[in-house]
Write a protein that binds this ligand. Structure first.
Ligand SMILES: [Zn+2]
Length: 297
């Protein structure tokens, strides 16, 4: 009896340090327009001639980011496939202990699953926003419908919005990859964190790009550096209440959304919604971008 109790105590004390150690979690949000080699519409969706290659490049960049994060000590990785249909990443090529978020809609959009247990967030394959005059495929969430998104009066690209969602949970963005325009733009919100510029934007559909292998090596090194330096990165916090203004290319969305009592129409193309925090605002934006009356299960 005593011996059993003693051995139980010994094994408990041996096991407890490992058990007490908090997992070191890193969140990786992956888009496609900012992936090395990606320049045109034909690469961005299943109907395009080079899509299968582009999703391989995207997958390889995500894997490079995972490797960099692990080299910096990360023990748990959550990846969100945050482009197009949300089913671009070749999930069978990922390590068995990585979890991947797929498809839409999601209340936290490109940051679904992030919470205060994460130590750092990383953006891979990001592009510049719709108000930026440069950048490959520069747009904010939907190039077909949206001409601008502002949070508390400040125009934000996807990277800014996503940094604010991470920041709500106290999570800093520690590394970014994309073209030169995207890395410069997102850095305005995250502060000067390591950036992997994998291509230089020439026009909306042209870039001078690194080869996939060179881009992956750069991403791995920059993500490792970013995660290592996470203590010096500051979460981007947008204090509540948070007001979002969305401007639409066509005014019918603005007209109809203004039927909702919580929505104000600012002008023909622009509506405003105020939520208590960025989480409420994210749910609102995702609703606006996802709802259609002919939704089927
Ligand atoms: Zn995208």
């Amino acid at each position: 009896m005593r011996l059993a109790l003693f051995s139980a105590l010994v094994s408990a004390s041996l096991a407890s340090p490992a058990r007490a150690q908090r997992p070191f979690k890193v969140y990786i949000s992956v888009d496609m327009e900012g992936v090395g080699g990606v320049v045109s519409n034909e690469q961005l969706g299943p109907a395009g001639f080079e899509y299968s290659r582009a999703r391989q490049f995207m997958t390889d960049e995500a894997l490079a980011a995972i490797q960099g994060a692990r080299e910096a000590g990360a023990t748990e990785i959550l990846v969100s496939d945050s482009h197009g249909n949300g089913q671009n990443l070749l999930i069978d090529l990922f390590p068995a202990d990585v979890t991947i978020i797929r498809s839409w809609p999601r209340p936290l959009m490109m940051m679904e699953g992030v919470d205060s247990t994460f130590s750092a967030a990383v953006f891979i394959g990001y592009h510049s926003g719709t108000s930026n005059v440069s950048g490959v495929r520069a747009h904010t969430m939907s190039s077909a419908t949206l001409t601008g998104v502002k949070l508390n009066g400040v125009e934000v690209p996807e990277g800014g919005l996503n940094a604010a969602i991470a920041g709500h949970f106290g999570v800093p963005v520690v590394a970014i990859s994309g073209d030169d325009a995207a890395v410069a733009e997102v850095s305005k919100f995250t502060g000067p964190v390591p950036g992997a510029v994998v291509k230089r934007a020439i026009s909306f559909h042209s870039a001078a790009t690194m080869t996939p292998k060179a881009a992956q090596d750069l991403i791995r090194a920059r993500v490792k550096a970013g995660v290592e330096q996470r203590a010096s990165a500051k979460p981007y916090v947008v204090r509540g209440p948070v007001t979002v203004e969305m401007s639409f290319k066509h005014y019918r969305q603005a007209e109809l959304l203004a039927y909702l009592p919580m929505v104000t129409r600012l002008n023909a193309h622009t509506i405003r919604f105020t939520g208590k925090d960025i989480v409420e605002v994210s749910r609102f934006i995702e609703f606006v971008n996802s709802y259609s009356p002919d939704i089927t299960p």
